[in-house]
Ligand binder design. Structure first.
Ligand SMILES: C[S@@+](CC[C@H](N)C(=O)[O-])C[C@H]1O[C@@H](n2cnc3c(N)ncnc32)[C@H](O)[C@@H]1O
Length: 204
C-alpha cells in the first residue's frame, strides 16, 4: 500500500518534519556526534531533517519506493544518510545508537513481538541516549479509520509507556487529532513517549 502512495512525484507525508523532531533536538541536541536511527522512515522527511541538524542518521523502511525517495531527498539536501530496506518485524539491532526514533510505524508490530523488538532497541541504546516513539492507540470513542489496514495492530493506551517504566520519561503525551486521509474525515489517537536510558544505581 505504501509503495503505491510513494510511487508518485510528490512526497506523500510532505517535507515538513514530524512534530516530535523538535522535542528530540531540545532533549538531546547534537553537541557531540550522535547516532540516530529512524525506524520506518518512509520517504525520509525526519531522517533527512535530523541529518541537516548534525546527527549521524540511519533509516530503514519496508518500502523500496520510500527508500528511493528518501535517498533523493538526502542528495537534494546535501546530507549523508544511510538508508536501507528492512521489515521492522525481522530486523534486529546489533550496533548501538544514541537515539532511536520512530513515528507512525510501531502499529505494524504484532503484540507478541513488541516486547522483544523494543527490548532490542533498548539494549542497543547508549547510556544517556533516548528512544523517541509515537504509535497509534485505540480508544473506545474513536471509530476505526476508513482506510485502516489489515496489517496494522493498534496499541492500547499506556502500553508504550509501560515498556519504558525503568527509563527516565522525558516527555509523554496522548494526542487526538483530525485526519482527512482517504478523503473522509476521521480521528486518530497517538501515544508519544520520549524516554532516556539512565545508568542504574549499584543497589539495583
Ligand atoms: C505512517 S507512515 C510513517 C512514515 C514516516 N515515519 C513519517 O512519519 O514520514 C508508516 C511507514 O511504515 C512503513 N512500514 C509499514 N510496515 C513496515 C514494516 N513491517 N517494517 C518497516 N516499515 C514498515 C511504511 O512503509 C511507511 O513508510
Amino acid at each position: 500500500m505504501y509503495d503505491e502512495r510513494y510511487n508518485q512525484k510528490d512526497y506523500y507525508w510532505g517535507l515538513k518534519p514530524s512534530s516530535t523532531c523538535s522535542s528530540v533536538i531540545d532533549i538531546i541536541p547534537p553537541s557531540r556526534p550522535l547516532k540516530l536511527l529512524d525506524a520506518g522512515c518512509g520517504e525520509g522527511r525526519d531522517a533527512v531533517y535530523f541529518a541537516t541538524r548534525g546527527y549521524s542518521v540511519t533509516g530503514f523502511d519496508t518500502s523500496p519506493f520510500g527508500i528511493e525517495k528518501a535517498r533523493r531527498l538526502a542528495d537534494k539536501s546535501k546530507v549523508e544518510v544511510e538508508f536501507f530496506i528492512a521489515d521492522i518485524n525481522e530486523f534486529r539491532l546489533a550496533e548501538t545508537f544514541d537515539i532511536i526514533f520512530s513515528t507512525g510505524v510501531l502499529q505494524y508490530i504484532p503484540e507478541k513481538l513488541r516486547q522483544e523488538i523494543l527490548g532490542n532497541y533498548k539494549q542497543f541504546t547508549s547510556i544517556g541516549g533516548i528512544n523517541a516513539l509515537s504509535v497509534f492507540v485505540t480508544k473506545p470513542f474513536i471509530g476505526e479509520a476508513p482506510d485502516s489496514e489489515q496489517s496494522a495492530h493498534s496499541w492500547i493506551s499506556g502500553e508504550l509507556l509501560t515498556l519504558y517504566r525503568e527509563w527516565k520519561i522525558e516527555y509523554t503525551a496522548e494526542d487526538i487529532f483530525d485526519c482527512m486521509s482517504s478523503g473522509e474525515p476521521h480521528q486518530h489517537a497517538m501515544s508519544r513517549v520520549i524516554a532516556r536510558k539512565v545508568q542504574s544505581s549499584p543497589e539495583h
